[in-house]
Design a protein around this ligand. Sequence first.
Ligand code: COA
Length: 176
Amino acid sequence: MISEIAIDGPQKLLGKDGKTEFVIREVTMRDLNAVIEINRKVLPENYPPWFFVEHIEQYPKAFIVAEVGGKVVGYVMSRVEFGWSYVAKGKTAKKGHIVSVGVLPEARRLGIATAMMVRALKALKNYYDATEVYLEVRVSNTPAISLYEKLGFRVVGRIPRYYSDGEDAYIMARPL
Ligand code: COA
């Protein structure tokens, strides 16, 4: 799956059930409402519309959506930051930051998040020159942690009470 993911254009892929086809592609401003709706449905961390707009405008190549039958069912939103490296201690780096990931419940376990993440990681490296990538995840979010581990992320830190309900976050990172 990983080597077959392109970094340009819409790409049609077959889900892990062997029958559901999905398309991954770069976001456009027309996807804004669908992305906001998915975010509100699947995550307690909801951002104002301008925050999504900013990412669509600034990092479109690494903001990936997935469609099934023409309907947007998932997204990965990313940005690029400069700061202290999580993978090479004491050094600075251009870091890809996976800000938000969501897939609608009816489209899960098909490999859609994996495909979108692989594309976003390739884009962060190839278009934005990031040398590593990191994200925050709730310490209780086993499905997401498992997804990220399979993609080569490792826990590099823990932020106490990161989320508004008091839950801690793991910081997970990997080199690109
Ligand atoms: N339980 C355990 N592991 C799970 C899982 C679950 N419910 N869902 C995904 N995974 C792990 C598995 O290791 C899976 O591989 P496998 O199916 O071969 O076992 C791997 O992730 C890849 O799954 P994939 O099909 O690519 O993920 P998905 O498209 O179903 O999306 C999420 C995964 C986490 C994005 C999705 O469940 C979701 O939107 N959750 C709510 C929002 C969220 O938690 N976002 C991440 C916040 S940091």
